[in-house]
Every structure is written in structure tokens, then in C-alpha cells.
Design a protein. Structure first.
Length: 257
């Protein structure tokens, strides 16, 4: 249940920065670079205080996976509705992780409930959602990839959590620096809350991996869909289907008890 509490807090942070990203209308590698740049001083302090050991090379792999995810997510939000991309990407990623990690029956059962819940939340009122579903699936594959790797780094390599995050952030800033366009710093006000909430949300996920399996955490992260639906209703005036949300919550609880 500790993991569930951490994932609930993470879901609030995650849904908030995704909503802010969608509303900002900004995106691309330059914006990802800016978000990393704003938290660079904190990352450098963590590097000086921590122990690199296995964190440096594991963090580089994580950086590559998370950067691919961030750029893919921004492109998806630029081409499709927030509710479609968010619910599909967060709802299908756990099923992919559960399959890849050869989880137990209760995790498979939870993944099935979550997947059905996500499908029930989709409203096929036009052909427009089809593109959002495809893009959401692309984001889900990126999410599954970094979830599996980060779970391996935390549970098998025993990396220092904060050093691991710091290495990934510093490497991302360096790697994307050549793509930063002139004038990118002008968007720092829009980027600042995203830059803070993004590592905070995933830091809580990595901490949850210390208390639960990768499959369980992956399913638990689907709480993001519930929080995202609430935010979408409150801010974007979208109307989620209660039955779908109920199945998602049931799936999360099934793998968390």
C-alpha cells in the first residue's frame, strides 16, 4: 500500500504537467532541453553528493528512452486530443509491461481490467480519435520501454535513485543542446512548472519500485488516467465515462493489495 500512495501522488504530478504541456502548445526537442536545463543546477548538486558507480551508464540508457518518450508525447499532443492520447498511452502501457515482465495472474487480471476501462472511456464520435489512438499507442510503447529499464536499474543494479535521475537529466541537456533553437529560453515560464513536476512524478515512481514489482507499479501508474480524466473534466470540460474509470481503479487495486 506504500507503493499505491506513492503512485497516487505521482499521478497528480504527472497529469498536471501533461495538461500544462497540452495547454502550452509548445513541444519538440528544444522544449525538452529547456525543461532539463531549468533543473540542471539541482542535478549537478545531486551528482556531486551522490555515488555514480553503475548509475552513470544506466542513467544514459534511461535518458535515451525518456527523451524518445518526451518528444513522441509532445508530437502526439500536437496532433490529437489530450483525453485520447493520455488515456490510451497510460492505459495500454501497463499491459505491455505485464506481458514483457511475465507477471503473475493477478497482475494480468489487473491489466485486463485497466485495458477494458480505457476502451470504455473512449468515445468513437468521429474518425478523429483514431489518430490519437495510434499516437497514444506509440507513447505507450516508449513508456513500457523505460519502465522496464528503470525497474531493472532500481531492483537489479541497485542504483542510487537521485544520482540516477541526475545523470539522465544532465545527459539529456547535453544531448539536446545542439537542437535548442534561438529564443527557446523565452518559454521558461511555461517550462518551469513542467520541469519541476516531470522529475518529481517519476522520482515517486522509482521510489515505488523499491516496494513493489515492475508489473505492479506499471498497473498502478494507470491511476494517472483517473486523475487525467478528472483534470480534463474540470479544465477542458470533457466528460469521462464513470464505468471506465471504475474498472481502471479496480484493476489498480487488484495488483496493489
Amino acid at each position: 500500500m506504500i507503493a499505491l500512495g506513492l503512485l497516487t501522488a505521482s499521478a497528480s504530478c504527472h497529469a498536471t504537467w501533461n495538461l500544462l504541456l497540452k495547454k502550452s502548445g509548445l513541444g519538440g526537442p528544444a522544449f525538452v532541453w529547456l525543461c532539463g536545463l531549468l533543473t540542471l543546477p539541482i542535478s549537478l548538486v545531486l551528482l556531486l553528493r551522490g555515488s555514480l558507480a553503475t548509475a552513470w551508464w544506466a542513467g544514459l540508457v534511461s535518458m535515451a528512452l525518456h527523451t524518445t518518450y518526451a518528444v513522441t508525447l509532445q508530437k502526439a499532443y500536437g496532433a490529437a486530443a489530450f483525453s485520447t492520447v493520455y488515456s490510451v498511452s497510460r492505459g495500454t502501457a501497463p499491459a505491455l509491461v505485464a506481458i514483457a515482465s511475465l507477471s503473475g495472474p493477478h497482475v494480468y487480471g489487473g491489466a485486463a481490467l485497466v485495458l477494458v476501462g480505457v476502451l470504455l472511456m473512449e468515445r468513437p464520435h468521429s474518425r478523429a480519435p483514431a489518430r490519437g489512438v495510434v499516437l497514444g499507442l506509440a507513447v505507450a510503447m516508449c513508456t513500457a520501454a523505460y519502465t522496464m529499464w528503470d525497474g531493472f536499474a532500481v531492483r537489479s543494479l541497485h542504483v542510487d535513485l537521485w544520482t540516477y535521475l541526475a545523470v539522465a537529466n544532465v545527459a539529456q541537456v547535453v544531448a539536446l543542446a545542439p537542437m535548442a533553437r534561438r529564443g527557446a529560453l523565452a518559454n521558461w515560464r511555461q517550462a518551469l512548472p513542467i520541469a519541476v513536476l516531470m522529475p518529481a512524478s517519476y522520482g515517486l515512481v522509482l521510489l515505488a519500485l523499491s516496494f513493489a514489482s515492475v508489473g505492479t507499479v506499471a498497473i498502478g501508474r494507470t491511476l494517472n488516467v483517473v486523475v487525467g480524466a478528472v483534470f480534463g473534466a474540470a479544465v477542458l470540460r470533457e466528460r469521462p465515462r464513470v464505468g471506465g474509470l471504475a474498472l481502471i481503479v479496480a484493476g489498480v487495486l487488484l495488483v496493489s493489495v
